[in-house]
Design a binder for this molecule. Structure first.
Ligand SMILES: [Zn+2]
Length: 103
């Protein structure tokens, strides 16, 4: 898995935690969140934030060639790219970040 993908997953996990534990936790986690974001490409963060306003989980797995978020099957070439070099791709249908997590 690529470094950036790992960061995205980490960020999403942190946001879920913040979401579940409310405002006091948000303050507590903000420093941690800044550190994660700093290490990511800005355009990726922008895209993540935009997706987050729409979906609860902007980063999902590709399972059996299907996007976990919208259940639409990806093109074989997209699935192949994801599987072989672990690069980050976005779903053609819903725009969520997709990652491959074993099979
Ligand atoms: Zn999708």
């Amino acid at each position: 898995m690529k470094f950036e993908t790992a960061r995205l997953i980490q960020l999403q996990a942190l946001d879920t935690e913040i979401h579940q534990s409310g405002a006091s936790a948000a303050a507590l986690h903000s420093e941690k969140r800044c550190k994660i974001i700093e290490a990511m490409p800005p355009e990726m963060v922008t895209r993540y934030e935009r997706l987050k306003s729409r979906y609860q989980r902007p980063v999902v797995r590709l399972i059996g060639g299907v996007c976990e978020g919208c259940r639409v099957r990806m093109a074989a070439s997209t699935a192949y790219r994801l599987r072989t070099n672990g690069s980050l791709v976005t779903c053609d249908h819903c725009g969520r970040f997709l990652y491959f997590d074993g099979d």
